[in-house]
Design a protein around this ligand. Sequence first.
Ligand SMILES: [Zn+2]
Length: 432
Amino acid sequence: MHQNPSPLGRWSREHWVLAGLCASLGTLVLAIIPGFASAMREPAAQENLTTLSLPLPPLEGKASKAAARGPAWQTVTVENGQTLGEIFQQMGLPASLMYLVLESPSAKNLTRLRAGAELAFDLAADGALRGLAFERDEAARVELAIAGGEVTEKIIERPLERRTMVASGEITSSLYAAGAQAGLSNAAINQMANVFSYDIDFTQDLRDGDRFQVVYEEIWRDGERLRSGGIVAASFLNRGKEFTAVRFERNGKQEYFDLSGRPLKKSFMRMPIEFARISSRFNPRRKHPVLGTVRAHKGVDYAAATGTPIMAAGDGRVSFAGWQNGYGRTIIIDHGKGHTTLYAHMSRLGKYKVGSRVQQGTTIGYVGATGLASGPHLHYEFRINGVHRDPLTVTMPKPEPLAGNEMVAFRAATAPALAQLKRVEGVRLAAR
Ligand SMILES: [Zn+2]
């Protein structure tokens, strides 16, 4: 029934792309292609580079009946929650054919379809399926040829290209305005803010005249920008004080360090909760709002809506998870070196049990008003060797800088990016 008498030949990638272009745009496109091809060979250009995206075979959202008239590639965009079975049904293709397709090694990707992904069907005049093409991942496409009850697959590698870019800017209204003016994507601006978030409070500390320089990566494929590849190095002059960050891979993980090789990420976050306001400070003598008696307030209260996520302030191990008298649902984390943090009045605990390892920023529970609480809030305590300290002012332990061989590797690996950063600064100063 759906076996194809004329076997699908080996199509090169160019053939495939051309087929898609012809089908979607008509022969007019052919006249443009020579120019387009040479444009693709141009070396990496600067920010003003314009790009043409290579379309897949015709994009029609849902399958159309046009294919029944003749051989054509037909593209289906996967909708949220849609399965391969549903798509085959929509295309009028039998389930037996789907199982045949799923026998090919790369087709296991098709069992977990992502909304927005595209599947291209090659249908013969009689509606028989001759081929199926899809993106396996960013760097490869798969083309399945179906003939004589057999499926053969071809992988088309689509090499990714990392381009190093530079940008610099000066704050005149907001970080986003300055970043956009410098040509940075929102993702890159967010990452820069994240990298410096332990040293600069971007909601309060930013001033007009603050400046930044960034060396960052973009991921390109076939002459098309795919996404931001992250910050490689950056410097930020905030109220006259300069901060520098440079990326370095340690234990297989990308981290940011300052020039002396010390991680920018501090051992503790100052606030273990977002979107909250301080409703009560650390106070050795305070009238308790529920009991009415004078007693110490050994932590900081953050008022927030019930259900707001509470994060582990630092890496550590859960040493208590459960109910504790007036504290209600409580988590205590042991961070080592005598440092512990406590989180009280939770409406619900996260999935971590006593003994679980947690990383800084992990959600460990949710704001509530359990125990003795006048309203939903997080009561947060910070203890060093059992002594309560004010979480807002306590001197946090500095992370250890790199040492020995790691430091040697760091110096070598980061030198080019730092030199590039210096050059951007030089160009900027010369232009003033
Ligand atoms: Zn409190």
